[in-house]
Design a protein around this ligand. Structure first.
Ligand code: ZN
Length: 161
């Protein structure tokens, strides 16, 4: 069965950056499961999956624009140190959950200058070309419910009613 829209795909992957450093990998874990054609994974990887089948192995480079997007300097914000009440010591690289207009978002401290703290709400992988090494484990047809919900149910997927 070839991967097409409304297929549930399980795959193993290793994600490396342009320096060859491993960023993420499913090795030693269950394969990642997603519903093809529903935007569950980054667009560049999803399109590279089309037409593959169980057992296929391939490498693909996904440009930042087809991955987690380009970095957006408008996502940098300067806030007063006083906004971080209850945090003993602030340091560059610390992660926080912040409330944005579209709900919770993850920000990282990118600079500290006296009482001014710069937080960055860009995705950590924004602006990076992504190198995926992929092994397709299984492909099956999605159930009607999965297609309607836009995600996978059961093993490796959402558990809800
Ligand atoms: Zn659901």
């Amino acid at each position: 069965m070839q991967i097409a829209d409304r297929c549930v795909v399980a795959f193993h992957y290793t994600l490396t950056n342009s320096l060859g450093e491993t960023i993420d990998s499913s090795e030693g874990h269950s394969p990642l499961t997603y519903l093809h054609g529903a935007g569950n994974i980054v667009p560049g990887l999803e399109s590279a999956m089309s037409g593959r089948q169980a057992g296929d192995r391939f490498d693909v480079t996904v440009a930042a624009a087809d991955g987690y997007g380009e970095r957006d300097e408008a996502m940098l914000q300067q806030v007063p140190r006083a906004a971080f009440q209850g945090v003993d010591e602030l340091a560059v690289g610390m992660n926080f959950q912040a409330q944005g207009p579209q709900g919770a978002l993850s920000v990282v401290i990118s600079a500290i200058d006296g009482d001014t703290v710069t937080v960055d709400a860009n995705h950590p992988l924004a602006g990076q070309d992504l190198h995926f090494s992929v092994e397709v484990v299984s492909v099956r047809e999605a159930t009607l419910e999965e297609t309607l919900h836009g995600h996978v149910h059961g093993e490796g997927g959402e558990h809800h009613h």
